[in-house]
Design a protein around this ligand. Structure first.
Ligand code: IPE
Ligand code: IPE
Ligand code: MG
Length: 228
């Protein structure tokens, strides 16, 4: 018999394959990103409905800035759209969070209009008490860890606890289930510290095709592994 409820699950997604999805359909890559943003909205609904406490998604990496300008511009405007889904977040009782290179830090590249959208989304959803949805934008795990180590060092010995206290979001729990779509079996600079011990689910499906059924499959894979 269970004596206490299981802690809420942390699911993280490397949303890969938007470009391939578009190519398969003979569409421009930008259409793949648009479809990917819709798929994310569905994943948020699914997560809110289930026993997920934290959903962290890789929206744009520190490495992605080298992509063609038009593609980057499209992805930026999709993030403004994503961060503007306040009514949906409120109806899901979900809180918006963000991790990435702090706006004032040298090297940080989040444009001001996206910064504003991020700040507004966080403020407008902070009263919600259910799912935490963290979008990683201008995020790279190596940059996060270098910063955490530097900050830890100014305050005493560098220990795992000190690193953890200096991550972008020290409240973020360890990841339980990491999903990567599109058949790539790599991590690509995402949450390297936080995925220690997490179950990894790889699927051939491209991100825009990651639907409720795929979501259930990923969760089932985790549950099978966790109960083994
Ligand atoms: C993921 O899809 C979205 C981002 C990295 C922003 P991709 O754009 O990487 O799609 P593929 O990998 O080229 O198919
Ligand atoms: C990882 O996808 C980053 C995001 C999903 C934002 P990429 O498509 O950028 O990763 P690599 O370059 O293939 O490893
Ligand atoms: Mg890719």
């Amino acid at each position: 018999m269970k004596t206490s409820p299981a802690p809420p699950l942390h699911m993280a997604c490397i949303m890969d394959g938007n470009g391939r999805w578009a190519r398969r359909k003979g569409l421009p890559r930008t259409d793949g990103h648009t479809a990917g943003e819709e798929a994310l909205a569905e994943v948020v609904r699914q997560a809110a409905r289930r026993s997920i406490g934290w959903l962290t998604v890789f929206g744009f990496s520190t490495e992605n800035w080298v992509r063609p300008r038009t593609e980057v511009r499209h992805i930026l405007s999709l993030h403004r759209k994503l961060f503007s889904r306040t009514d949906e977040m409120n109806s899901n009782n979900a809180r918006t969070k963000w991790i990435g290179r702090p706006f004032s830090e040298s090297g940080a590249r989040t444009p001001v209009y996206v910064q504003k959208a991020i700040k507004k989304a966080i403020a407008d959803t902070q009263g919600n008490t259910g799912l935490n949805v963290t979008v990683a934008f201008d995020y790279g795990s190596r940059a996060e860890l270098v910063r955490a180590a530097k900050r830890a060092m100014t305050n005493g010995p560098v220990t795992p606890q000190a690193i953890e206290a200096n991550l972008y979001d020290p409240q973020m729990p360890q990841v339980d289930l990491l999903v990567r779509t599109s058949g790539e079996t790599r991590i690509s600079n995402f949450l390297l510290w936080q995925i220690t011990g997490s179950h990894i689910y790889f699927t051939e499906r491209t991100w825009p095709d990651f639907d409720a059924n795929e979501f259930a499959k990923a969760l089932a894979s985790y549950e099978e592994h966790a109960n083994a």
